[in-house]
Design a protein around this ligand. Structure first.
Ligand code: 5AD
Ligand code: SF4
Length: 456
């Protein structure tokens, strides 16, 4: 389905006189960030101008996440705080989009208690957005309704990237895995891969515009292609992207360990562009818990993939996601997780306490572990990981790494920032003319979450 919309022109005309502004607040994962870039692209194609200050914006869009429970409280707190702004100024509009609005109880809550919200839209109907904006702003007649999760695949959506050199490109939408804790398959629908031509055309365009780093996005990138008519797999896609001139760094999030096969490892091994940092979500190190989670791999199978990746290139580092306190997780199970952490030496761990999501299989599992115990496990994991990071950072001192200069450091105006291929943040002295170039940087000192270095 192509993204064409006649409402866009009408709103553009309106904005030639009214100059409305927009502000986007994004919660959650990279997929949502990419969707927000699309919402920004659509809004700008309709003549809206970006406004960084939420208090001054005309249209405030919340792109929501429902992966964990506390996000709901945060969202409604934020919307509630806007009520006064909205009632004071008739040119203020509130839109709530994304995963949370793909849940019926959220729509009910908005209808009951937050009636001043103008637009709600789920995850797979972005093409309806201009119409919704038209109804709210020009017709003054917005309707809040639940739209069933659909398996649409929308192409040619305008997109506005924040960065000049790094861009993300969705290659597959939805998820078929139904990990027992996860709400995503219910709110993002079934897996659907974009056609190879569409993806490659997007990336060629980005390369032409000067983009150097591409991150391929999907809930499960390595099941890309399973639903395409002609045989075309994720490793084949990576090879085709490798051949695009101008693209120097290729990243992807997230692959699923169950689909991480030999052909993918081979492509990574022979690639000169795929970052030497792979995100491989573990979730738990206990084979028993992995089974309960419906992850379809064992602890040993996970370790085997890591071994093969390190054999392919020992400079590869691995980041991961871990959930602690899944229903039925015992101290022994948790120790299995720590054991994997010890063996793999992840360079980054996104760690979460299990959050019960209604409608998922795990929501009905017996959960006897006390919340305090879960918090303790999280703290133990954090401490264990940080000690490893410090040790590994120290080993980097004196070594030289290639770094794409991303821009000025946010915390220190006089320094510049970038990342090694292993995704380590490095800060160093440079000048504006080096932004967007890849430089050799010698590491001089280490700090837990970044390193300091010097251009060679
Ligand atoms: N509780 C806690 N963490 C979760 N994740 C997904 N669902 C839940 C949940 N119910 C985590 C997983 C996933 C990451 C994006 O969020 O680790 O990989
Ligand atoms: Fe959720 Fe599992 Fe799909 Fe990831 S692979 S989105 S954790 S169901």
């Amino acid at each position: 389905m192509k993204f064409v919309n006649s409402y866009k022109e009408k709103i553009k005309k309106y904005n030639e006189k009214h100059h409305l502004t927009y502000h986007i607040d994004t919660m959650g994962c990279s997929m949502n960030e990419n969707d927000s870039n699309k919402y920004a692209g659509i809004l700008e194609s309709m003549g809206f101008e970006r406004e960084d200050d939420e208090k001054k914006a005309n249209l405030i869009l919340f792109n929501t996440c429902c992966i964990r429970e506390n996000a709901e409280k945060t969202l409604f707190g934020r919307i509630g705080a806007l009520k006064r702004q909205k009632l004071k100024n008739k040119d203020v509009y509130i839109a709530v989009v994304g995963c949370m609005t793909q849940q019926k109880h959220i729509i009910e809550k908005i209808k009951e208690s937050y009636r001043f919200v103008d637009i709600v839209l789920g995850t797979s109907c972005m093409s309806l957005f201009p119409e919704k904006v038209y109804e709210s702003i020009i017709q003054n007649n917005s309707k809040i309704e639940y739209i069933d999760v659909s398996n649409n695949l929308e192409e040619e959506v305008p997109i506005k990237y924040e960065d000049q050199y790094r861009a993300s490109v969705s290659i597959i939408y939805g998820c078929n895995n139904f990990c027992s804790y996860c709400i995503v398959p219910y709110v993002r629908g079934r897996e659907r891969s974009r056609e190879k031509e569409a993806i490659l055309a997007d990336i060629k365009k980005l390369a032409k515009a000067g983009y150097k780093e591409i991150t391929l996005l999907g809930q499960n990138v390595n099941s890309y292609g399973n639903d395409l008519k002609e045989k075309y797999t994720f490793p084949m896609l990576l090879k085709d992207i490798e051949a695009i001139d101008g693209i120097e760094i290729i990243k992807f999030i997230s692959p699923h360990p169950k689909d991480f096969k030999e052909d993918l490892i081979e492509v990574i091994k022979s690639s000169k562009k795929i970052a030497r940092q792979i995100h491989l979500p573990l979730q738990s190190g206990s084979t028993k818990i992995l089974k309960e989670m419906n992850r379809k791999y064992t602890k040993d199978e996970f370790l085997e993939i890591v071994k093969k990746l390190k054999e392919a290139d020992e400079s590869i580092s691995i980041s991961t996601d871990i959930i602690v306190g899944f229903p039925g997780e015992t101290e022994e199970d948790f120790m299995e997780t720590l054991d994997v952490v010890k063996k793999v030496q992840f360079n980054q761990i996104y760690m979460f306490i299990y959050s019960k999501r209604n409608g998922t299989k795990a929501a009905s599992m017996q959960d006897d572990t006390l919340p305090q115990e879960k918090v303790k496990r999280l703290q133990r994991l954090k401490k264990f990981h940080e000690e490893q990071i410090s040790n590994n950072n120290r080993k980097m001192i004196g070594q030289v790494y290639q770094v794409l200069v991303e821009g000025k450091s946010k915390t220190n105006e006089t320094l510049y920032t970038g990342r090694t291929s292993q995704n380590k943040i490095v800060i160093f002295e440079a000048s504006d003319k080096e932004i967007g170039k890849i430089k050799n940087i010698k590491i001089e000192s280490d700090h837990l979450w970044y390193l300091k270095g010097k251009i060679e």
